[in-house]
Design a protein around this ligand. Structure first.
Ligand SMILES: NC(=O)c1ccc[n+]([C@@H]2O[C@H](COP(=O)([O-])OP(=O)(O)OC[C@H]3O[C@@H](n4cnc5c(N)ncnc54)[C@H](O)[C@@H]3O)[C@@H](O)[C@H]2O)c1
Length: 348
């Protein structure tokens, strides 16, 4: 019986150290783009979401017929007040032919990295070529990964920061101060951070209808990367911003429930990003278009990430084998080869 590979947070950090974060982001971005291009090969459904007063716990499954994956993830915006992250996750990759669970991995860190990689896939197709400036609104757990991915993969080197919590912005600046060529500026208001930014990333967390971005802040040609509105009743962008923009989503059926577009009527037009990636639909039509990626996170992004870390972990011999499935001499003798054997051995 083959063992299941387990990748802890330390293992993922070790793997990223071997590969290099910019290279890891680059590989993951290319792989997500490739999997979006073969979108129709995947089984898809809106994620299962268990809502409560303070947050949500979700399961995100998919399969391409060869591998099956799921991610467990939560979203609890008040968690930082009690010393817990807003978002925590872990995932599983299994072989479709046998059902064998091949990998269990941490996915708190991987969710932040894959979200940043997906944001780059969208910006590659939708932002004006040559954009070098970005407002980063919400400077919490996701933010450094967003800033680094846009810097390393798209050359966005002027980043204007804003968070209602000034300490979050200071933390981001301290973490990234040594990155050569990256210019970070903290601002006192979101309006100031957005002024003269070609790209606007919103990554805030509060369980309400916020208006971090209002229509007066928009400028011709902007690309908005809205990642924080991802739950019913939890949005960041004013509905008039959506009316003004060309809106792109991951999976429409899920985005209608959870994304910014939950504020719009069901007939509000959107394009799924994969259609642009696959060359079936246009993205930006003119340099003056305002484009908006209404990201909520989708299972295929996690599938791609789990496949990549499994490959890299095998190559670099990172992680440990865990006994997730009983190791049986006779696979029909579950009792005898598990509790029975344990009992016999403990009597001896
Ligand atoms: N789309 C996706 O795939 C995806 C993936 C992961 C997380 N998310 C979402 O992204 C958001 C950020 O996640 P995180 O892990 O960084 O959370 P976090 O709690 O670590 O950080 C959120 C930050 O937003 C700030 N904030 C709250 N309201 C604000 C406002 N009005 N203006 C400016 N700043 C404000 C908070 O002070 C905090 O620093 C969450 O809503 C999360 O659910 C989306």
């Amino acid at each position: 019986m083959r063992k299941t590979l387990f990748l802890s947070v330390s293992d993922i950090c070790r793997l990223i150290e071997f590969v290099g974060l910019p290279q890891f982001l680059g590989q993951l971005t290319d792989r997500i783009q490739a999997d979006f291009a073969r979108w129709q090969e995947f089984e898809k459904c809106p994620r299962f979401a268990s809502y409560s007063a303070e947050g949500v716990v979700e399961l995100m499954p998919t399969s391409d017929g060869s591998m099956f994956s799921f991610k467990f993830v939560n979203g609890h915006p008040k968690n930082p007040l009690i010393g817990l992250p807003t978002v925590m996750g872990f995932g599983c990759l299994a072989d479709v032919a046998t059902g064998c669970p091949l990998l269990i991995s941490e996915m708190t860190l991987l969710t932040a990295i894959r979200t940043a990689a997906t944001s780059v896939v969208a910006a590659r197709s939708l932002a004006n070529k040559g954009a070098r400036s970005m407002a980063m609104i919400g400077n919490g757990a996701q933010s450094e990964f967003q800033v680094l991915a846009f810097f390393e993969l798209l050359g966005v080197n002027r980043v204007n920061l804003f968070d209602t919590d000034a300490e979050a912005t200071s933390k981001l600046m301290a973490n990234l101060q040594g990155v050569a060529g990256l210019n970070l500026t903290a601002h006192a208001t979101s309006r100031d951070s957005i002024r003269n930014s070609e790209i606007v990333t919103t990554s805030t967390a509060s369980k309400l209808r916020a208006s971090v971005l209002v229509p007066e802040m928009l400028e011709d040609g902007m690309h908005v990367n809205a990642i924080g509105g991802d739950c019913p009743g939890k949005t960041e962008v004013h509905p008039d911003v959506l009316s003004r923009a060309k809106v792109f989503v991951e999976f429409e059926a899920q985005a209608r429930i959870e994304g910014e577009i939950q504020q719009m009527p069901p007939s509000f037009p959107v394009t799924e990003l994969w259609e642009v990636v696959a060359g079936l639909k246009p993205g930006r039509l003119s340099p003056s278009d305002v484009t908006l990626f209404d990201s909520v996170g989708f299972s295929i992004e996690d599938f791609t990430t789990l496949c990549l870390v499994k490959e890299l972990a095998d190559r670099y011999h990172v992680g440990s084998d865990i006994e997730l499935v009983p190791d049986m001499r006779n696979v029909k003798d579950l009792y005898g080869d598990s509790v029975g054997r344990f009992r016999r051995e403990s009597i001896r």
